[in-house]
Design a binder for this molecule. Structure first.
Ligand SMILES: [Zn+2]
Length: 100
């Protein structure tokens, strides 16, 4: 599990999971209260994981399982994938200065 960049307090799985679900919301360390934001590269890899990968897999499975709605297949792949997100997302300390 990832840790706070400031005090090395580990983040809670629940916090990271909710952050992923709410569009990469920044999280604060429970101990030192420093804000952490999701890095751009991990946003890209997570979107590949929850969009591109299940989409292509459901399209591929569709060839053999025509009677099942592709949306159902997609959700069956995406829902378990969401639980892996906390391990995929990488956090960095938020910059001190707020931008425009
Ligand atoms: Zn901390």
């Amino acid at each position: 599990m990832q840790r706070c960049k400031e005090c090395y307090e580990p983040f809670l799985y629940k916090e990271l999971f909710l952050s992923g679900l709410t569009g990469y919301k920044p999280i604060s360390c429970v101990k030192c209260n420093k804000k952490h934001t999701v890095t751009l590269s991990s946003r890209i890899s997570s979107s590949l994981l929850i969009v591109a990968f299940p989409m292509s897999l459901s399209m591929y499975l569709l060839k053999d399982l025509i009677q099942i709605n592709p949306v159902v297949i997609y959700l069956c792949i995406v829902i378990p994938t969401l639980f892996i997100l906390p391990f995929v997302l990488r956090y960095k300390l938020e910059q001190n200065h707020k931008r425009g």
